[in-house]
Each structure stands twice: as structure tokens, then as C-alpha cells.
Design a protein around this ligand. Structure first.
Ligand SMILES: NC(=O)c1ccc[n+]([C@@H]2O[C@H](COP(=O)([O-])OP(=O)(O)OC[C@H]3O[C@@H](n4cnc5c(N)ncnc54)[C@H](OP(=O)(O)O)[C@@H]3O)[C@@H](O)[C@H]2O)c1
Length: 89
């Protein structure tokens, strides 16, 4: 399976350390999904990653600690980005 067929759910991916990891994963060709409670952090992340990889980044405002807020990575991608889920049944 090539990197472009894989989806990485990067918890903490909007943070100082996480954003560098997200950028590196995107540069390696992975699809990356990031959840954060803070929309401004997600906006910063969108401008931080390499422009040609943006289409492989999905960002969602949310709180993984909220009651019922936790989904398995597979459920999460399916709910928030169905086209990716179709490719990763
Ligand atoms: N920065 C450094 O130089 C450095 C050096 C050594 C070690 N560290 C360690 O590396 C880790 C990350 O540091 P950082 O500077 O990148 O921190 P940061 O910028 O504050 O980022 C932390 C990220 O983790 C997420 N997060 C926090 N609590 C969470 C929870 N309960 N569930 C899900 N996501 C949660 C935050 O989500 P939200 O976006 O929703 O707030 C944020 O995206 C920390 O443990 C820190 O101690 C950092």
C-alpha cells in the first residue's frame, strides 16, 4: 500500500510539535486528518503546510474529550471525509 492510500489521524496535529509532523507526513504523500478545539490553530496549520499538499489535509474543529466526541479513527474519517473512507473500507 502506498503512502497516498493511507490516512493518518494526527491528534495534537495543530500544536507546535504536531504541525511539523503533519507537514512532514503530507510531504511524504500521506493523507492527514487533524482535530482541534481551536479554529485559529487549524487555519494556521492550513497556511503552514506545503501548498501542493493542502488537498490531502482535512481539519475539523472538535474536542476528542467531549462526551460522545470520541470516534475511532476509521469512524472519524468516514464521518468527516466520506470520499477517503470509500477508498479505505
Ligand atoms: N514545544 C516544545 O518545544 C516541546 C519540547 C519538548 C516536549 N514537548 C511536549 O510535546 C507535547 C506537545 O507540545 P506542543 O508545544 O506542540 O503543545 P501545543 O502547541 O499546546 O499543542 C498541543 C496539541 O495537543 C492537543 N491536545 C491537548 N490536549 C488534548 C486532549 N486532551 N485531547 C486531544 N488533543 C489534545 C491540542 O489540541 P487543541 O488544538 O484542541 O488545543 C494541541 O493541538 C507536550 O506534551 C509538550 O510537553 C514540547
Amino acid at each position: 500500500m502506498s503512502n497516498s492510500d493511507r490516512v493518518v489521524l494526527a491528534l495534537g496535529g495543530a500544536g507546535t510539535v504536531g504541525s511539523g509532523i503533519v507537514k512532514a507526513l503530507l510531504d511524504k504523500g500521506f493523507k492527514v486528518a487533524v482535530i482541534s478545539r481551536d479554529s485559529s490553530r487549524l487555519e494556521r496549520l492550513q497556511t503552514f503546510v506545503s501548498p501542493n499538499t493542502k488537498e490531502n489535509l482535512i481539519t475539523v474543529v472538535g474536542n476528542v474529550e467531549a462526551d460522545g466526541g470520541w470516534l475511532t479513527p476509521k469512524q472519524w474519517v468516514k464521518e468527516f471525509h466520506p470520499p477517503w473512507a470509500l477508498a479505505h473500507k
